[in-house]
Design a protein around this ligand. Sequence first.
Ligand code: 13P
Ligand code: SF4
Length: 329
Amino acid sequence: MSVQQENIKSSEEIYKKISKFVPDVEWKIHQPLIEKINKLKKEKNTIILAHNYQTPEIYHGVADIAADSLALAVEASKTTADKIIMCGVHFMAETAKLMSPNKKVFLPDMKAGCSLSTSISGEDVRMLKQKYPGVPVVSYVNTSADVKAETDVCCTSANAVKVVESLNVDRVIFLPDQYLADYVSKNTKVKIISWKGTCIVHEQFSAKEIEDIKKQNPGIKVIAHPECPPDVIKASDFTGSTSGMINYVKDKQPKKVMLVTECSMSDNVEADNPNVSFIKPCNLCPYMKKIDLKKILDCLENETNEILLDDKTIEAARKSVIRMTEIGR
Ligand code: 13P
Ligand code: SF4
């Protein structure tokens, strides 16, 4: 997790940090929006939470906290702000609402979805529970509130193995990412019953691409997100959640690195690690990229796109997320 706004005071300082990634012509549009957002969020006691895949002008420009999905859930429960703007995708904003049901939570664009989240419904989980009676359900946090309401405990890529093992059972239903399920099954003795979901960003990487990059860049460290296919993970030097990947770069300061994950994250991490050289594959998440500064400002000014969930869903879904945050990382 990175606390973004504490040390950055002016938009000049922000631009100094991200000028390598944001052309001057774009900065001219971003700058007044960043200044307005940073002033208004204080006046309106609103916190801006951003996922690590947000663009540099959001990540370094307006986010109070930038983090992986586990830390975003925890921060949403801890904040003393009145309102939360989630710069991420729909399941992240819903999770924030589940963690802080009495606060107003906004998502700058309601069309910011996720291929994993739409791969499974609450009805599908009920069907699986009938097929495997008594087997606990572990759902990736990349799911809708309806799925979470049918779930025993959620997990993220940062704690999936720990969550599965915390149940002390020999079998779990693990939803919906087939590749994360495969990764977990290789790191535990618990038998995993999986679903067929995939992330449209990570499934595009191939082991051949990584082998070629390694041949062309001797000594490079390749670090992959566990949503990648198994042969990609096997070809990589390290696997971790987005924050796990960021910490790897920060702590180990490799000379050259490739982050096998969404495109913007390499720019965000490079801005904080100027001595590390990045080879950048560019697979964008089209959902994450729906969020922009104009839409964030609209949430602040007009309270657009509030996340609303009925009390019954909140009550049922909240338990599985809280249980996950109690298990921790
Ligand atoms: P993290 O939990 O690692 O941040 O991942 C979320 C996500 O959507 C990755 O594609
Ligand atoms: Fe969903 Fe993949 Fe986008 Fe993450 S990167 S939000 S898992 S589609």
